[in-house]
Design a protein around this ligand. Structure first.
Ligand SMILES: [Zn+2]
Length: 469
């Protein structure tokens, strides 16, 4: 038996051929042998995996605890960084007997990671050329480019989580002969399970016409893509509808629920968001009822509330990938904040239990802060800014800065003289005061060009106020 070359299914379409030649980081484990291994696991476990999705909260916690205790002990015993880090907080082997114990160990974040040498983040006894170890790297888009070493279990379970997601969304139609179509520079799973459930990966859409023709030849059951491709396909809505996709999954970039609902009806297939990271894989998946349900059986997701108002509760997200024994991320804070809803006893209309993520709000650092310690996600403020200034003929580009004093803001812009801009800024200030629920001062600053600071690239809002939580 030879490995199915899924990338060869280009049907003579030139732009598809050209954009399917890139090497993917998953290729290092995408061998026939590993495909067969994952295929066997899938045949053995797929029903158990499907059933687990509907566990109640207590079952999930009972399941997670021994895995969490074991990965922390493993890391403490074998990985120099974790040993020193946990020792300094008084950790001893066997100390985790409850989830509360687990939640008392120190958190890992990007600024800590930046100062760790890779060798200290790997098990001491790991031979460099051990087989069944796979290097990949995060893109660094989130601030730290990090080499990640995975083992066979980690890559196998990661693939299984994706196949479970496809099955949950496609139901009966997720049959072994049906294609999965992936538009990305990574794939995150194997190209097929020894020929079953093949995936075609396109790096970019160069010709929408050829892309649609290619989909018409492959007839995929699921399409994965960045949300920014969705508007490109709009002129082809009828042909995409005819494909009868069971789901379109967006990832990697922020998209609004409004956008996803719009494209769901346009393409007659649910457009659902996958919240994932390169470090831990899938964190949560949006269900057809528009709630994100955190994964729990290969990674443990903690939602930590830090700001509750009448309208929403914001939480930070800590993830632990307890299946990985080479380079486990334990209580890892990506720096994201999310809006959360429900409680341990909640049940969604889709049948899944527990708290849900309502929106992925972006980076905590980006939020505006209020005097009473609340955070206001930039997404809401950006919407307001855009509605006031995007179509304003006197403003060509703009940026809002919250000063360290919290109530002082600067509106920096390029365009016509300030007196022409004052009325629009006043209207914006009224709306912003309603969002922040406090009085603010906004200084208008007309400049020749917006300051070009690399880390502030393309940001419309910057908060210089210090985080209090
Ligand atoms: Zn649901």
């Amino acid at each position: 038996m030879i490995k199915l070359d899924t990338q060869s299914f280009t049907f003579g379409l030139d732009s598809i051929h050209k954009n399917s030649r890139m090497e993917l980081q998953e290729d290092c484990y995408d061998t026939l042998e590993i495909q067969q291994h994952i295929h066997q696991l899938w045949q053995k476990e797929s029903q158990t995996l499907a059933a687990r999705s509907y566990w109640i909260d207590a079952q999930k916690k009972d399941y997670a605890l021994p895995h969490l205790a074991s990965v922390v002990d493993y890391a403490f015993t074998n990985i120099p960084f974790y040993h020193e880090y946990y020792k300094s907080s008084g950790y001893e082997v066997g100390a985790i007997r409850s989830l509360a114990d687990f939640e008392s160990i120190p958190v890992l974040n990007k600024s800590i990671l930046r100062n760790i040498q890779t060798k200290d983040f790997l098990p001491r006894k790991l031979a460099k050329d051990t087989s069944g170890m796979f290097w990949s790297s995060t893109s660094g888009s989130s601030g730290v480019a990090l080499p990640i070493l995975s083992d066979l279990d980690a890559v196998s379970f990661n693939s299984l989580t994706y196949y479970r997601m496809f099955q949950r969304l496609a139901g009966e139609e997720f049959s072994p002969d049906r294609w999965i179509y992936n538009i990305h520079h990574i794939r995150s799973w194997i190209s097929s399970m020894a020929g079953d459930h093949p995936t075609f990966t396109l790096n970019d859409i160069a010709s929408v016409e050829e892309f649609v023709q290619h989909m018409e030849r492959l007839r995929p059951v699921i399409l994965n893509l960045l949300p920014s491709y969705l508007p490109l396909l709009e002129p082809y809505a009828q042909r995409i509808t005819n494909l009868r996709l069971k789901a379109i999954i967006t990832n990697s970039e922020a998209s609004s629920r409004h956008e996803r609902e719009y494209f769901s009806s346009l393409y007659n297939a649910p457009v659902l968001d996958e919240y994932s990271s390169e470090e831990v894989g899938i964190i949560a998946l949006e269900c057809p009822y528009r709630h994100y349900h955190p994964e729990f059986d290969f990674a443990h997701v903690e939602l930590n509330d830090f700001s509750t108002t009448a309208d929403s509760t914001l939480a930070t997200v800590y993830c632990t990938d307890f299946m990985c024994k080479t380079m486990p991320f334990i209580r890892y804070d990506h720096g994201d904040i999310v809006s959360v809803a429900g409680n341990d006893l909640s049940q969604c209309q889709c049948g899944q239990h527990g708290r849900t993520i309502e929106r992925v709000e972006g980076r905590k650092d980006d939020c505006l802060k209020t005097l009473d310690g609340h955070y206001v996600p930039t997404a809401i403020v950006t919407n307001t800014l855009d509605s006031c200034f995007n179509a304003n003929p006197n403003v060509s580009s703009f940026r809002l800065i919250q000063c360290a004093t919290i109530t002082d803001f600067k509106f920096i812009y390029t365009g016509a003289s300030a007196d022409l801009v004052v009325p629009a800024v006043s209207a914006f200030v009224t709306q912003l005061q309603n969002l922040l629920k406090m009085n603010i001062d906004v200084k208008i600053d007309r400049v020749d060009a917006l300051p070009d600071t690399p880390s502030y690239k393309r940001k419309k809002i910057i908060s210089e106020a210090l985080a209090t939580a």
